[in-house]
Design a protein around this ligand. Structure first.
Ligand SMILES: O=C(O)CCC(=O)C(=O)O
Length: 346
């Protein structure tokens, strides 16, 4: 992809005028290249999206009416519905699927989900800010019809014309949801991939997004498919265990800091680690998740990395079903390969 190679952090020299500086970025032990920032009218932006490579679009006006959103505006207008709020013992909000917890009884999540009114979320955020505790909160709620009239008007004013065309020309499936994320400064969503296309629209504050292509699967060590943390990396970026995860040394990220009005395209199956900048205040984001295009009738070889990820997922799922116990999947996979696939062709 068209990105300048650089060491971690150096990717951003000269962009301090954008309202943040490098001291607000957490430090990680791997290099990154920068994700291109382009106008939506630039033909290179279209090419990147067509190739399923990330790009920051600076001028789509996708969520223009929401750029006025801040905590007082949301308090007044978001409505009286319930919001999912995650509470974490530290800055990391590792996602877990509650439905998969029955398979892994020993799994103890490091965060918990509570349902609460928006005003209670704001109170709990302020309480934690004032106390300076490690414990943090992160609101992550699909926008639904409980929101107030003004939010509905803002939502209807999104640039649906542009995004509907993006969806149609790539034959993507339907929009599945718009997730609203309201986070405290310094919050981190650890590296994971989604099985959907994503236009990630930043509304307030800045977020650093570090992406890894699907061909870095082997460097990022996702949890098994049946584990509650399916699709999440097992590697703790703050303190990587290289003995357990030696290939993490080979990881190379693509990164961008997005601010109000920017839209980051996160291609399906691309890993993403997202952090609200340190000392950057509250962040507000709305994403647009779309189902991917249907599998083409004629499969072209060699397969692309994301297609191989999909195959690996299906194999794990099929074995789980056939064996009747997800814990038997790993031992069986090891039996298949042990001592049999080590040497090259002879
Ligand atoms: O913004 C975040 O913290 C996480 C968002 C995310 O993972 C997504 O939009 O897929």
């Amino acid at each position: 992809m068209a990105a300048a190679t650089s060491d971690c952090g150096a990717a951003f020299s000269g962009v301090q005028s954008r309202g943040w500086d490098e001291s607000q970025l957490r430090k990680y032990p791997f290099p990154t290249k920068s994700i291109p920032r382009l106008s939506y009218t630039d033909p290179r932006a279209e090419m990147l999206i067509n190739n399923e490579e990330p790009v920051v679009l600076t001028d789509t006006n996708l969520v223009y009416p929401a750029l006025k959103w801040d905590i007082p505006y949301l308090l007044e207008n978001i409505g009286n519905g319930d919001f999912s709020v995650y509470i974490s013992e530290n800055h990391k909000f590792l996602y877990y699927d509650e439905k998969k917890m029955c398979h892994f009884m020993d799994f103890v999540p490091k965060s918990r989900r509570l349902e609460m009114k928006f005003s209670d979320f704001v109170d709990s955020m302020h309480k934690r800010e004032e106390a300076g505790e490690d414990e943090r909160v992160y609101l992550q709620q699909t926008l639904n019809d409980t929101v107030g009239k003004k939010i509905v008007v803002d939502f209807l004013g999104f640039n649906w014309n542009w995004i509907n065309k993006q969806q149609a020309k790539r034959n993507w499936g339907p929009l599945t949801s718009n997730l609203l994320l309201v986070g405290m400064e310094g919050n981190v969503t650890p590296a994971h991939y989604d099985e959907q296309q994503n236009f990630f629209a930043q509304i307030k504050g800045h977020k650093r997004c570090i992406l890894f292509p699907p061909d870095q699967f082997e460097f990022l060590y996702p949890y098994p498919v049946h584990h509650p943390c399916d699709r999440q990396s097992q590697v703790d970026f703050d303190n990587p265990n290289y003995e357990k995860f030696p290939n993490f040394k080979n990881v190379v990220g693509y990164e961008a800091v997005v601010g109000p009005g920017d839209v980051l395209y996160i291609p399906m199956y691309w890993w993403h680690h997202i952090e609200s900048l340190l000392n950057g205040g509250v962040t507000i984001t709305v994403n647009f998740w779309y189902k991917g295009a249907p599998t083409p009738k004629k499969i072209e070889y060699p397969l692309r990395a994301h297609q191989k990820v999909a195959i690996m997922r299906n194999i794990e799922k099929m074995l789980g079903e056939a064996l009747g116990d997800p814990h038997e999947v790993g031992p069986l996979l090891k039996t298949i390969i042990k001592g049999r696939y080590d040497q090259g062709p002879s």
